[in-house]
Design a protein around this ligand. Structure first.
Ligand SMILES: Cc1ncc(C[n+]2csc(CCOP(=O)(O)OP(=O)(O)O)c2C)c(N)n1
Ligand SMILES: [Mg+2]
Length: 401
């Protein structure tokens, strides 16, 4: 029997993984996936880079704000921008994304503001945004639960295509993207989702960002084979992609989405990437991984790779330096705006806890109304306690005086 492999310190890709852009920014030919790059014009490439750079800037602002006590927690996504930018750019605006808690580039790319993201991590909002407005579900912290939601939604898309909304759905060819991590791949929910999606040939793309770590547990403990190989057991195709290659991510996701969109059923895309920062601001990665590993991955940074490509091909425009300076300035602007937004999140700007009961169903529901009344009563109990504490403090102060 094979022993579980020790934690990887290598950035090498598993056999058969797709890479189109070399570390030095040179494009390689791949007969299967290169044709999907045809739709990526200069504007789309620039937008991809802009999203990556602005996400990275906003992301570091999140860590600073948490360190200054302005956010309860922040979940850095630095290092994973290439995987997310490539995948997002390959989707249609009408496709639905079911994120984990680390898909900040998806959120920003779908029009969620940095302030809305930070509101969530400050604990000042319950969900942060209206899913329908962005075709992006709320962040899900219960690992892998969103893979079931995505699969259920994809089932709905498929049923609707045969039903009342057939014209719109056929035209849009909508799909669901189910995000999860290497650690979450061990959850039963992923297994159930994949069985169900395969059984009903659902329009869902499973998108696994294998960032090598599930907090302190290495990916090698979750699986003995590249995760994408698991798809074969469910009866659909899985592809491992160099997740730090935004172009390969674009091409493979475009192919996967086309499969799902055209009724060929689900696909698993595994992005082989790396979480450069801590798991969250509550984590200290020096306790479980080496500086060598971090340094090796720093050498295959997705942003640096795309920048080299844009400069080498002229896709950054006539004045590349001006383009990159403009992108950097936009990042600074967004970071400053988000900081102002966070500092203004006081008083009425904080969503009352009770508001969660008002968004469970579209229509009033007797059980929810009962729970809301119970919650109100429970909270009133604290008011009494607070009054009693205030009164006791006043007495203490009186007796001290
Ligand atoms: C059902 C469930 N179990 C455990 C946790 C605690 N937990 C939060 S994040 C995490 C690691 C997840 O790792 P991975 O899926 O690789 O995603 P990553 O954080 O690396 O993006 C764990 C165990 C949780 N949130 N939900
Ligand atoms: Mg992980």
């Amino acid at each position: 029997m094979n022993e579980p492999q020790p934690p990887t310190t290598a950035t090498e890709l598993p056999d058969g993984a797709v890479r189109l852009l070399d570390a030095d920014g040179t494009l390689q030919e791949d007969t299967r996936f290169t044709p999907y790059l045809a739709d990526l014009d200069e504007a789309a490439l620039q937008q991809m880079y802009r999203l990556m750079a602005t996400e990275r800037r906003v992301d570091s602002e999140g860590t600073s704000l948490q360190r200054q006590g302005q956010l309860a927690l922040w979940v850095p996504a630095i290092g994973q921008e290439g995987a997310q930018a490539g995948a997002l750019s390959a989707l249609h605006d009408s496709d639905w994304i079911f994120p984990t808690y680390r898909e900040h580039l998806f959120a920003l790319g779908r029009g969620v503001t940095p302030g809305q993201l930070f509101e969530l991590f400050r604990g000042a909002a319950h969900a942060g945004w209206t899913a329908e407005d962005h075709r992006l579900q709320p962040y899900t912290l219960v690992l892998a639960a969103q893979t079931l939601h995505a699969t259920g939604y994809a089932w709905g898309i498929q049923r609707d295509q045969a039903g009342w909304d057939a014209d719109r759905l056929k035209r849009e060819g909508q799909i669901a993207l189910a995000c999860f991590g290497d650690g979450a791949s061990s959850e039963g929910d992923v297994h159930e989702s994949m069985v169900f999606a395969a059984s009903f040939n659902l329009p869902v793309v499973f998108f696994c960002q294998n960032n090598q770590w599930a907090i302190s547990v290495p990916a090698s403990t979750q699986t003995r084979v590249p995760l994408a190989q698991r798809a074969a057991g469910y009866g659909f195709e899985g592809v491992t992609v160099d997740g730090n290659d935004p172009l390969a991510m674009y091409a493979v996701t475009a192919w996967a989405a086309e499969q799902a969109r055209t009724g060929a059923g689900p696909v698993l895309v595994e992005a082989h990437t790396f979480r450069v920062g801590a798991h969250t601001t509550a984590d200290d990665p020096t306790k479980y991984r080496t500086r060598d590993e971090e340094a090796a991955w720093a050498g295959v940074d997705p942003m640096a790779r795309l920048e080299k490509y844009l400069r080498a091909t002229g896709a950054a425009g006539a004045d590349p330096d001006a383009f990159f300076a403009d992108v950097a300035a936009e990042g600074e602007r967004l970071a400053a705006q988000s900081r102002e937004a966070v500092l203004a999140m006081t008083g009425d700007a904080i969503a009352p806890l009770e508001a969660v009961f008002d968004t469970v169903y579209a229509e009033p529901h007797p059980l929810v109304a009962e729970e809301k009344a119970w919650h109100r009563q429970w909270q009133a109990g604290f008011a009494d306690a607070a009054e009693a504490t205030d009164a006791a403090d006043a007495t203490d102060e009186g007796s001290r005086a």
